[in-house]
Design a protein around this ligand. Structure first.
Ligand SMILES: *[C@@H]1O[C@H](CO)[C@@H](O)[C@H](O)[C@H]1NC(C)=O
Ligand SMILES: *[C@@H]1O[C@H](CO)[C@@H](O)[C@H](O)[C@H]1NC(C)=O
Ligand SMILES: *[C@@H]1O[C@H](CO)[C@@H](O)[C@H](O)[C@H]1NC(C)=O
Ligand SMILES: *[C@@H]1O[C@H](CO)[C@@H](O)[C@H](O)[C@H]1NC(C)=O
Ligand SMILES: *[C@@H]1O[C@H](CO)[C@@H](O)[C@H](O)[C@H]1NC(C)=O
Ligand SMILES: *[C@@H]1O[C@H](CO)[C@@H](O)[C@H](O)[C@H]1NC(C)=O
Ligand SMILES: *[C@@H]1O[C@H](CO)[C@@H](O)[C@H](O)[C@H]1NC(C)=O
Ligand SMILES: *[C@@H]1O[C@H](CO)[C@@H](O)[C@H](O)[C@H]1NC(C)=O
Length: 837
């Protein structure tokens, strides 16, 4: 019995209950989620984004290019799989969406500029329009991913979104959402500020979300909002943060009939607030003020969200609200608004005149009516830009609106309806696993890394693309856009300076190198072209072009000029795992470090086995092929022998036995049958190697000790593994952790492949072994199991996004972050399994 499954079930059971509150009762009738330029569907947050190639009829373009970053370095700033592909337009192009339900719709546009072939998307400049409104003009995105959110009332049967390049430029988009908004979210009426009065006409306004803030609380991710909105924290907008304090009581929020609903704002927004930090002084008299920078000359719709979760009784709290020193609310007593229900949400819509300056100040302060204790609160705030009289949301030069007549042969595609019957529980589990991830992603979006610029050969040497692949599409061609000129490689390695050699392998020598932008690289130069080496060279490029994962070493480029076979990889500062175990002077690794390295490598292998439609078998798993970066993060390397494996449980691949002695799966050796389980066997040997810190074959030892696998299995079976572990670990491994680790390795070494666990199971068990070890360090070893579960859940959440691009599975796709490599489907299927028992 694998303990983690029970644990997993428990986590699942614990987490589903409170999540029921997320069940969205609003089902959008129009729900177009389009992943532009993609060749396969992508799931995010349990929302399915369809590759726009399936929507060909939707797009009417004169010329467009599907761009794909598959070989470019995908950095954490562009974590979302949506950002990994784009559609590039060289002439005005339209997406046409049939509208099932007229009314307000979200339009969310995702942009992330990368370089694809000759197209530098950072230099793109373009306009985006609908039939009635200009959303963007002369728009460009410099570096970071940008998501633009609009809402507008669609009053025709189709919504046409046009992307039009500015003069001599190009346009692009990574993803588009067109989703129905509940009719009552934006009503026609509001209040004006200066002079104070009423306003009507919001129905015809196109709105652009400029700020959406959760006062006094954390960022609320789109996954925990019924309308997929993101609410950011208010700290950075507070002018004098010391005058403000926060308060939270999410459970107190009471939605009442006729008042705002969860679609107005979620409980996580209404249940937190920023208030006056009166520090117990009953004479406190000051304002708490937030400042927002906006584009001047536009009018703005400002929605203030309130919910009195602090008062103990009715009529306790009176306060004032100002926007740019105009009255937004005077002597506001929230307790009387909703039939005397305290803690009932309330919002107020205020419309500004066209702004003269680029700042909006929102202040709250005590009212003269305050009886005993002066205070003032604000729970949430949205600032939406309104279209100007030219129906534009952009102040740049006027652009013509999408013409409604359009081209006569414009076709309207048929859309598969929204799957209304999505299993609620499935969605909830997904949402749960997603909450934290998404938040982290949002936090991370601020910083970005740029890609390593690679000079690409202009094609004077023969192209490997045609030779190495049967792919014909433009995106496949990008896989081979990484050819680096020989001269550049020479320069990077100081003309293959012998003193720069950092390793020698069967394939040839490995040099340290530095590209002219300072990027450190490892340059593997093959021996003069032998047929054998050539096949491996080719395999390695193909494999690494298809697979990008945090725990697989990444290929920066290659060079095949002048019969050379040169591969250029990211530089792994700390070398091989093997060198840290024995045979060098390197300091020995702690047990925790070793576990983390094993977990990383297991993630990489798990990804290879499951991340692609066909399993890929590494075939040469060993400690010398597990490399460590400067933070000791493990990456699996050397794919020269890799093979695309059998479809799960179907057939087998028969091929000449290859691999390294001491690691070789005896079953593969006997029967010449290759499956992923051969990698699992080799990995089991690595686990024992890590534990015992000795070579897998050591002929200098007494006979029964020569073969590490045999030797350790003997002790494992006796239950005395601790007798033979690396002496530097003695007394430092918690017995539970060692037992779990030993059992895991033992299972990997089972004689028959069918009896071995999958790489995913191995991964889970190693994570569990780490948790067992951590429990000692972090607290009382006698601590009850609840604590363990609390510890485990963040691990459960460590999923990698890279798997997403090659997978059609919803749950794998819902992970955005790249912290690790467990697939979501794995988690889910395991939870389900245990439930069934
Ligand atoms: C992608 O999604 C579309 C529409 O939802 C569907 O028609 C198509 O079959 C899907 N493709 C794959 C490969 O799942
Ligand atoms: C892409 O365009 C941006 C903006 O014009 C420029 O700063 C950048 O250097 C260009 N990058 C490349 C690789 O040409
Ligand atoms: C959209 O506009 C039409 C008329 O312009 C109006 O009747 C309808 O109520 C509006 N719907 C929404 C959701 O704003
Ligand atoms: C609430 O206030 C505390 C103390 O000032 C601060 O540490 C915390 O980060 C605040 N939380 C939020 C969500 O602003
Ligand atoms: C709060 O701000 C408003 C508007 O700017 C101002 O009129 C009022 O005097 C301020 N109150 C205090 C106590 O500073
Ligand atoms: C926004 O566009 C509508 C037309 O759809 C127009 O009636 C309205 O006046 C515009 N808004 C402003 C603030 O000019
Ligand atoms: C997403 O697609 C998967 C399979 O492609 C399907 O099982 C799931 O129900 C879909 N989810 C939603 C929310 O439509
Ligand atoms: C990118 O292109 C490669 C090669 O054609 C393809 O295998 C991969 O699926 C594409 N990635 C995405 C996310 O579409």
């Amino acid at each position: 019995m694998w303990d983690f499954r029970e644990l997993g079930l428990f986590i699942c059971a614990l987490s589903i209950l409170p999540l029921v509150c997320f069940s969205a009762d609003f089902v959008p009738l129009d729900n177009y989620l389009i992943d532009c330029g993609a060749s396969s569907n992508t799931s995010i947050n349990t929302r399915n984004f369809t590759a726009d190639s399936f929507y060909n009829n939707f797009i009417s373009t004169e010329q467009d290019i599907l761009a794909n970053t598959s070989l470019k370095s995908i950095t954490s700033s562009s974590d979302s799989p949506l950002y990994q592909t784009a559609r590039i337009f060289t002439a005005p192009s339209k997406y046409t969406f049939p509208i099932n339900q007229r009314g307000r719709h979200w339009i969310r546009l995702y942009f992330f500029p990368f370089t694809y072939e000759k197209y530098n998307l950072s230099a793109a400049k373009f306009a985006v329009t609908t039939q009635n409104y200009v959303l963007l003009s002369d728009f460009s995105v410099q570096k970071n991913p940008v998501m633009k959110e609009y809402s507008l009332n669609v009053t025709s049967d189709t919504l046409v979104i046009t992307f039009a390049p500015s003069d001599n430029s190009i346009a692009f988009v990574n993803a588009i959402e067109v989703v129905s908004v509940p009719d009552d979210l934006i009503i026609d009426d509001g209040y004006t500020l200066n002079p104070a009065g009423t306003y009507s006409g919001l129905w015809t306004q196109a709105l652009e979300t400029v700020f959406r803030v959760n006062m006094g609380g954390p960022t609320v991710s789109s996954a925990s909002d019924t309308l997929q909105r993101t609410w950011v924290t208010d700290k950075e907008f507070l002018i004098q943060a010391n005058l403000a304090s926060n308060f939270s009581n999410i459970g107190a929020v009471k939605y009442v009939n006729g008042g705002p609903t969860e679609n107005s704002a979620p409980p996580s927004v209404y249940g937190t607030l920023t208030q006056m930090n009166s520090a117990g002084d009953p004479r406190s008299n000051f304002n708490v003020t937030w400042q927002f920078v906006v584009e001047p000359h536009f009018q703005y719709l400002i929605r203030l969200h309130f919910c009195d979760i602090i008062s103990k009784r009715l009529n306790e709290l009176y306060f004032n609200v100002y926007i740019n020193s105009w009255w937004a609310a005077k002597d506001l007593d929230l307790s009387t608004i909703n039939n005397n229900v305290l803690a009932a949400p309330f919002f107020k819509d205020l419309i500004t005149a066209p702004l003269a300056s680029n700042k909006v100040f929102v202040s709250i302060g005590p009212s003269d009516l305050s009886s005993d204790y002066p205070n003032a609160i604000l729970n949430g705030l949205e600032i939406m830009k309104m279209n100007n009289s030219e129906r534009s949301l952009s102040s740049s030069t006027a652009v013509p609106l999408t013409s409604t007549s359009g081209s006569s042969h414009k076709k309207v595609g048929i859309i598969v309806g929204v799957s209304l019957g999505a299993l609620l529980v499935v969605v909830l589990v997904g949402v749960f696993f997603f909450l934290r991830r998404k938040r982290r992603l949002l936090e991370k979006q601020g910083h970005s890394k740029t890609w390593i610029p690679i000079s690409i050969n202009d094609g004077t040497s023969h192209t490997m693309g045609s030779k190495y692949s049967n792919a014909t599409t433009a995106s496949a061609a990008s896989n081979f856009g990484y050819r680096i000129p020989f001269a550049t490689v020479q320069e990077a390695t100081n003309n293959f300076d012998e003193s720069w050699v950092i390793g020698i392998g069967g394939f040839g020598k490995v040099y340290k190198g530095e590209l002219n932008d300072g990027t450190k690289v490892a340059v593997k130069r093959g021996n003069p072209r032998s047929q054998q080496g050539f096949v491996e060279f080719k395999t390695e490029i193909e494999m690494l072009s298809q697979f990008r994962h945090r725990h697989l070493v990444s290929l920066i480029g290659y060079c095949d000029e002048k019969n050379e076979m040169i591969l250029i990889y990211e530089y792994m500062e700390k070398g091989t795992l093997k060198s840290h175990l024995y045979g060098s002077d390197l300091p020995s690794l702690s047990w925790k470090e070793r576990l983390e390295i094993c977990i990383g490598a297991a993630r990489g292998l798990h990804y290879l086995h499951t991340g692609y439609s066909k399993a890929v078998i590494h075939r040469d798993v060993k400690s010398a092929n597990i490399l460590l970066d400067e933070n000791l993060m493990a990456k699996v390397a050397d794919f020269g022998l890799s093979k695309t494996g059998p479809e799960i449980d179907q057939t087998h691949v028969s091929t000449a036995v290859k691999g390294s002695f001491g690691y070789l799966d005896p079953e593969y050796f006997r029967r010449q049958q290759l499956t992923e389980k051969s990698d699992v066997y080799s990995f089991g040997v690595v686990l024992f190697e890590v534990l015992c810190a000795r070579p897998v074959i050591d002929p200098t030892l007494p006979r029964e000790m020569v073969n590490l696998a045999e030797w350790t299995m003997k002790w494992q079976k006796r239950g005395q593994l601790e007798q033979i572990i690396d002496p530097t670990l003695a007394g430092k491994i918690r017995p539970d952790s060692l037992r779990k680790f030993g059992e895991t390795a033992e299972k990997c070494l089972a004689d028959f492949g069918v009896d071995r666990p999958s790489m995913g199971d191995v991964l889970w068990n190693l994570e569990y072994a780490l948790q067992l070890q951590e429990a000692v360090v972090q607290g009382d070893p006698e601590e009850n199991s609840t604590n363990m579960i609390g510890e485990l859940s963040p691990q459960v959440n460590n999923f990698s996004h890279e798997e997403v691009s090659v997978s059609a599975t919803q749950f794998e796709a819902s992970s955005l972050d790249d912290l690790s490599g467990v697939s979501m489907s794995r988690v889910f299927s395991q939870l389900v399994k245990s439930e069934g028992r």
